[in-house]
Design a protein around this ligand. Structure first.
Ligand SMILES: [Fe+2]
Ligand SMILES: [Fe+2]
Length: 154
């Protein structure tokens, strides 16, 4: 498997969680549980993806700007996650902020899948894309288990 497919699989997990949590209401166990899962997926993915997809691309002329843009969006998502954690889950503000986060996530995944992956395929050799996938998946597995301690700065 190459890095693009490994990432796409986890994007689909994020999409599914976004879809499910959007339909929850109030301060319920279900919402709490889904919010924890979504946060974990977003945070662990951002770390692993920056390490095994974006970082090597920052040094290329072709993708430096895209890589910086993608990582800046990770940061914007982090800020919305912090805001959600500082807000009462049953308030309208929480839901409005969640919707902002979901919009940002969906737009971001589309940029990656429909633009960045194609460009990166010209830069990563096939064997390199395979070895990045292995490292990416190993990090995802390990960091999911040890979240949130696994996230630098958390
Ligand atoms: Fe990303
Ligand atoms: Fe991603």
């Amino acid at each position: 498997m190459k890095i693009y497919k490994a990432i796409k699989k986890d994007h689909d997990i994020q999409r599914e969680l976004c879809h499910k949590i959007r339909n929850t209401s109030g301060d319920t166990e279900e919402r709490k549980e889904l919010w924890e899962q979504l946060q974990r997926e977003l945070e662990v993915h951002a770390v692993a993806e920056e390490r095994y997809f974006y970082s090597p691309l920052v040094d290329s002329d072709e993708m430096q700007e895209d890589a910086r843009h993608g990582m800046a969006e990770h940061h914007e998502m982090d800020e919305l996650i912090d805001e959600l954690n500082d807000t009462d889950m049953s308030s309208p503000h929480w839901l409005a902020t969640l919707k902002k986060l979901i919009e940002k996530v969906e737009h971001h995944l589309e940029d990656e899948e429909e633009d960045f992956f194609d460009k990166a395929k010209d830069l990563y050799a096939e064997d390199e894309a395979e070895s990045l996938a292995k490292s990416y998946e190993a990090t995802m597995d390990e960091y999911r288990k040890t979240w949130p301690e696994s996230i630098p700065g958390k």
